[in-house]
Design a protein around this ligand. Structure first.
Ligand code: MF3
Ligand code: CO
Ligand code: CO
Length: 315
């Protein structure tokens, strides 16, 4: 037990009963709010609200992630292997002093991923693992997903590229997917709900006669790679957690030409469409602000509402 300092005692002595009442009421309310806050956090154990210093670090990681993605996208052409893309990402990280979050990642209970980026070709929905036998062919599509870690913070971004000249079918799939991400981003604002993002994406994608993958979703991100909140790319408006300033998460819709079902191959990572039809993906890492969204995974001067990650398509 400790006694109040004499200074405080003096001040108290000068309080009128009315002021004492206000002081006590403010104290009580602060306490009640912190208890409610504590309860709220227990349900979302991993939910981080970033400080301005942490936001600055997220910006830096995001900028570098976007630059890497753009660099790898420029390398996509018939004949290159996904292993070569991975090797370039490894060189890039060594030079910068960054690491790659997917490398040796187990997701908790899976086998370790032996590569540093994910490369998902054609019917691969996500988590494709680069391989030297995986040579890209004219007419393929490849989603490249990078998550470098700089100064403890993650930048997670993905874009789908066509290998050689895209057919009309491929061009449309890529554009719809890039635009689905932009539709989702437009929903982000403090006070709105996480479900608004998925609802906007699903409504748009289904009216274009494509489907949205259910089995993989966006995620909270910061010091952790995958944290709360969960960010589905489907669902209903006005549901889910309320967005708060300083929350960081990804939006990363996977859009299928056929239906939304997926299955995972024997390597326990590679997810493919069950019907074997094409799937595309785009991803940004974002921070919720009072009146909108800050996208961290942008190259200098990029407008996320006009351009997709890596600037692949505009719509
Ligand atoms: N970058 C991916 C994501 O968007 C995940 C990479 S594969 C993983 O979450 F296995 F490492 F998670
Ligand atoms: Co990613
Ligand atoms: Co992600």
């Amino acid at each position: 037990m400790s006694r109040p300092t004499s200074g405080l005692d003096d001040k108290r002595g000068r309080d009128t009963p009315y002021l004492r009442f206000i002081r006590q009421a403010l104290f009580d309310w602060a306490h009640i709010f912190s208890r409610i806050g504590g309860f709220f956090m227990r349900g979302n154990r991993q939910l981080e609200i970033l400080s301005s210093d942490e936001i600055e670090k997220m910006r830096r990681a995001g900028r570098h992630a976007a630059e890497l993605l753009s660099k790898l996208g420029d390398m996509v052409e018939p004949g290159i292997t996904t292993e070569e893309l991975d090797a370039e990402a490894v060189r890039w990280a060594e030079e910068l002093g960054a690491t790659h979050a997917p490398y040796q990642y187990t997701g908790g209970d899976g086998p370790e991923i032996p590569r540093s980026i994910c490369t998902s070709v054609n019917e691969v929905v996500c988590h494709g693992i680069p391989d030297e036998s995986d040579e890209l062919q004219e007419g393929d599509i490849v989603a490249i997903d990078v998550t470098p870690v700089l100064d403890e913070f993650h930048g997670d971004t993905c874009a789908t590229f066509s290998v050689g000249e895209p057919s009309d079918e491929i061009w449309e799939l890529i554009e719809v997917t890039a635009h689905a991400l932009r539709r989702g981003l437009k929903q982000i604002e403090a006070g709105k709900r996480i479900g608004d993002i998925g609802a906007a994406i699903q409504n748009y994608v289904e009216t274009q006669d494509y489907s949205v993958v259910r089995d993989f979703i966006g995620h909270g991100i910061g010091r952790k790679f995958h944290a709360a909140p969960q960010v589905p790319h489907f669902g209903k408006y006005n549901t889910g957690m309320r967005m708060r300033p300083g929350m960081a998460f990804t939006v990363e819709p996977m859009v299928n030409v056929g239906d939304y079902h997926t299955r995972v191959l024997d390597d326990e990572w590679t997810a493919v469409t069950r019907d074997g039809q094409l799937s595309a993906q785009f991803e940004h890492t974002v921070i919720v602000t009072e009146d909108g969204v800050e996208v961290t995974t942008l190259v200098e001067g990029q407008d996320p509402f006009a351009e997709s990650p890596a600037g692949v398509v505009t719509f």
